[in-house]
Design a protein around this ligand. Structure first.
Ligand code: FAD
Ligand code: NAD
Length: 464
């Protein structure tokens, strides 16, 4: 990379919280010349979440879908500080952020507080559990890379234990029962990947127990994938039926025990469903730091769902704070598509803020040297143009989801209408769309190589 401009204390400090979809697309598009940028995130990489379900069964290797945050920042004009740390508090009055290194290896530096002029708040969400007992202890989530690794390990553990000598029949059935809670896209994609693993690999490697594997998807609403079109919901449900994935709709999980979930069905009947592996995918809720920030701005931050921003993504009540992605409460779904478009838009706002600062400096200099009034007016005009902002506009590119057995579904807003497509063609589209949105050539190469590897050798069933 070319030599970077050093930190310049005369320029404002821009702190970015997070390294997910919102923060990364913001950083990619940001011109850092007019700002001293500090990035704080507990993970030092970007995770391509759309392909995360493929990691749970080894279709993709974990490192194929991540990219270090420094890969982006080291190419910026001005030096960017990147800290692997968790922000613990934002003080919107003093305009400070407090953060701490919470990793296993810690030096002697404790918690650090730094001032900001601008804050880009993109910390995402955490997993929603609705306060249901036993979820954090017994279920696996599917949000972070570590979650996918944990699922892969636990899955193999269940299978090995089911194949253990003299295992009682009832215990084999329990161990080989994979239960997924939540019929949103995360739960559906995971169930699809699991089915592929069963058909492509498990039958070959574990013929003695493979036929005992059952997949059950539990959804509280009358159907899965409420955000997709009716036709694609039906297509998904019938594909799941063919693939022997049991879908229990109108069924709500009420309690989670170590080896069984307690559910209530549409007739209000309560029963227990034994499981070996439980994956919990019931959506998002705000992080503690976000709830704390809302409480500090309680007179204007009144939505429980997340932070309220204006049309320019500026946080209501927070001077210099902008919020993007899943942590906000907007009319858009909490998706990567929205977060990344917001990140790009916000970078354009900062481009204007930078331009404005430059022009103001220029104007002051011209006035101080009593320059030609025409020249002063020209700069003043440019300044007024740079001060005009256009509101954020979201452009929906469609929704895609992989549903297993080389089939995907695609809801695409084309030709002024919606085109819904399912099947092999949608699967090719799904693959090419994701390959092209992966951030780097390195990621694209690794993902393509993993797909090829699995095609030739099958998935690796060793347990880490
Ligand atoms: P995130 O991407 O979650 O990023 C949040 C960042 O903040 C992370 O880097 C995190 O480490 C960091 N952070 C957390 N706490 C702190 C803290 N205290 N201080 C500083 N940093 C912090 N959307 C789609 O549009 N299409 C898809 O196909 C799709 N597939 C998905 C598949 C799965 C399995 C999942 C879980 C989600 C999927 N999504 C998809 C949704 C998408 O991933 C999210 O909407 C998107 O990640 C939101 O971006 P974000 O930047 O708001 O949050
Ligand atoms: P979600 O909120 O979309 O779905 C969660 C589901 O869990 C809901 O249908 C809800 O009715 C159900 N549920 C909640 N509590 C329950 C209970 N106790 N028992 C049974 N069911 C229960 O969550 P998600 O799938 O994690 O998705 C989160 C966001 O990420 C969404 O905006 C989604 O669009 C996005 N995403 C998109 C893709 C994609 O486009 N391919 C993939 C994954 C996630």
């Amino acid at each position: 990379p070319p030599e970077q401009l050093p930190v310049d204390r005369t320029k404002p400090t821009l702190v970015v919280l997070g390294s997910g979809w919102g923060a990364t697309s913001f950083l990619k598009s940001l011109d850092t010349e007019e700002f001293n940028v500090v990035v704080i995130s507990p993970r030092n990489y970007f995770l391509f979440t759309p392909l995360l379900p493929s990691v749970t069964v080894g279709t993709l290797e974990p490192r194929s879908i991540i990219q270090p945050t420094r890969y982006i920042t080291r190419h910026k004009k001005r030096k960017v500080d990147v800290y692997e740390a968790e922000a613990q508090e934002v003080d919107p009055v003093k305009k400070t952020v407090t953060f701490q290194d919470l990793s296993d290896v810690r030096g002697s530096a404790g918690s650090v507080t730094i001032p900001y002029d601008y804050l880009v708040y993109a910390v995402g969400c955490e997993n929603q559990t609705f306060g249901i007992k036993g979820v954090p202890e017994h279920a696996c989530f599917l949000k972070e890379l570590g979650d996918a690794d944990k699922i892969r390990t636990k899955l193999m553990d269940c299978i090995e234990t089911a194949a253990f000598r003299d295992q009682p029949q009832e215990e084999i059935d329990r161990l080989m029962h994979m239960v997924v809670v939540g019929g949103g896209p995360t739960g559906v994609e995971y169930a699809g990947e699991l089915h592929d693993f069963l058909i492509d690999d498990l039958k070959k490697w574990y013929p003695e127990v493979a036929d005992r594997l059952r997949i059950t998807l539990i959804e509280a609403l009358p159907n899965v994938l409420p955000a997709f079109s009716k036709q694609l919901i039906q297509y998904t449900e019938s594909t799941f039926k063919e693939n022997k994935i049991d879908v229990l709709t109108r069924t709500m999980v009420k309690d989670v025990k170590e080896q069984a979930v307690v559910v209530q069905d549409a007739n209000k009947e309560i029963r227990e469903i034994p499981y070996g592996l439980l994956v919990w995918a019931t959506g998002n809720t705000s992080r503690q730091i976000t709830r704390d920030l809302m409480n500090k701005l309680a007179s204007v931050q009144t939505q429980r769902r997340g932070l309220v921003v204006d049309d320019y993504l500026s946080l209501l009540g927070g001077d210099g704070i902008y919020a993007i992605g899943d942590c906000t409460a907007t009319s858009y779904a909490p998706t990567a598509q929205v977060a990344s478009q917001q990140g790009i838009y916000l970078a354009s706002i900062f481009q204007k803020l930078g331009q404005k600062a430059k022009l103001e400096r220029q104007l002051n200099e011209l006035r101080a040297t009593s320059a030609d009034p025409a020249e002063i007016e020209a700069v003043a005009k440019k300044l007024s143009r740079a001060s005009k902002l256009t509101p954020f506009h979201y452009s929906h590119q469609g929704s895609l989801a992989y549903i297993g057995s080389e089939k995907a579904i695609a809801d695409l807003p084309l030709f002024n209408g919606n085109v819904a497509s399912g099947g092999g063609a949608a699967m090719l589209f799904w693959r090419s769309a994701y390959i092209s949105t992966l951030y780097s050539v390195r990621n694209r190469t690794l993902v393509l190589a993993d797909w090829l590897k699995v095609k030739i050798f099958g998935r690796d069933v060793s347990r880490e």
